[in-house]
Design a binder for this molecule. Structure first.
Ligand SMILES: Cc1ncc(COP(=O)(O)O)c(C=O)c1O
Length: 341
């Protein structure tokens, strides 16, 4: 049987032989005891890329997001989040369980914007919860990898600042946002007090993320990571994979974006399917003629292509390092049939 073409997520990539060699050759220490030289190198590189004084290596993006919320938030207050954001939908209420925050959903457009944020602010009252931070996501996974432009992100930061609130940025795919928009990573990062970036998505590393931030919130980042169980020992092996991804896979992300556009173009015009035009590497297909996502996913799977049911009538396809042009052509052939009413 041929190997399925896996478009479920960009997290499914397997470390390349060159990445595995970089991991095997990594210089390591004990990062909890007195430091690991490769982890240090990664943290310095990410801090420089994001223009922040500090960056700390975490095992997962989820843990780094939760640490960011913990560092900026105050238990018993609210965090403003877009209603379709990762921290609301896919971090199993860590916001409440770990940081002690209540989510105040911001509804409106497909991604967070300043006007919707302002509209969600509560009038000050001793009877209503106070807020302590705002969380933005760029690119926005649930909106089909949509880029929030620098102008829009600055407006979010300024609106949050008017209310005295810092911003945490879930930048799991900030790499993609930067490549697609031509905006330097540091310009995006300057809009937030803490930023999470992930290495295990488009960059192809097996695990890992960094939380970068301004000096004040990062003062307690090491302590929080340790408390969350994220202190790692010879983690230079993992940091080496991330460094390899930054060096060799960041410069090729535009290929994933081009393939996403090709997939979107091939599926546009099929009756009963509305394709969300992709900014980056994620293609969302809305089924508009009664088809169910669960059936489309099953039909595609039977023909050797794996995609994700995002919700009842939405299917997500993600392009990544392990999808070349041959795989893309096969996926297009299968999906054109699978999505038909
Ligand atoms: C937008 C976003 N944030 C955070 C995460 C969490 O990253 P991790 O899987 O490393 O915990 C993901 C994972 O898919 C994501 O898409």
């Amino acid at each position: 049987m041929t190997t399925p073409i896996d478009l479920r997520s960009d997290t499914v990539t397997k470390p390349t032989p060159a990445m595995r060699r970089a991991m095997a050759d990594a210089d390591v220490g004990d990062d909890v005891l007195d430091g690991d030289p490769t982890v240090k190198r990664l943290e310095q590189r990410v801090a420089a890329l994001l223009g922040k004084p500090e960056a700390l290596f975490f095992p997962t993006g989820t843990m780094a997001n939760q640490a960011g919320l913990w560092l900026l938030g105050e238990p018993g207050t609210e965090v403003y989040c877009h209603d379709d954001s990762h921290i609301v939908n896919w971090e199993i209420a860590g916001v409440a369980a770990l940081a002690g925050l209540q989510v105040r959903l911001v509804r409106g457009g497909p991604v967070l914007d300043a006007e919707a944020l302002r509209a969600a602010f509560r009038p000050a009252s001793v009877h209503a919860p106070r807020a302590s931070l705002v969380c933005a996501e760029n690119t926005h996974n649930g909106a089909g990898g949509m880029v929030t432009s620098l102008e829009r992100l600055r407006a979010i930061r300024d609106t949050a600042a008017e209310a005295g609130l810092p911003v945490h940025l879930d930048g799991a795919r900030l790499w993609n946002a930067s490549v697609a928009s031509g905006t330097p990573l540091a310009d995006f990062a300057a809009c937030a007090a803490t930023v999470m970036v992930s290495f295990s998505k488009g960059l192809g590393a097996p695990v890992g993320a960094c939380l970068a931030g301004d000096a004040a919130p990062m003062r307690r980042a090491w302590e929080v990571r340790k408390r969350f169980g994220g202190g790692m020992r010879q983690s230079g092996v993992l940091a080496a994979a991330a460094l390899h991804g930054l060096e060799h896979h960041l410069p090729r992300l535009h290929e994933d974006h081009a393939r996403a556009r090709e997939l979107a173009a091939a599926l546009t015009g099929i009756p009963g399917v509305a394709v969300v035009p992709p900014d980056t590497n994620i293609v969302m297909l809305d089924l508009t003629a009664g088809q169910q996502a669960v059936d489309v996913v099953a039909k595609a799977k039977a023909a050797g292509v794996l995609v994700t049911m995002w919700h009842r009538t939405r299917v997500r396809c993600v392009l990544h390092l392990d999808i070349d042009d041959v795989a893309l052509r096969r996926a297009i052939t299968v999906l054109v049939e699978a999505v038909r009413p």
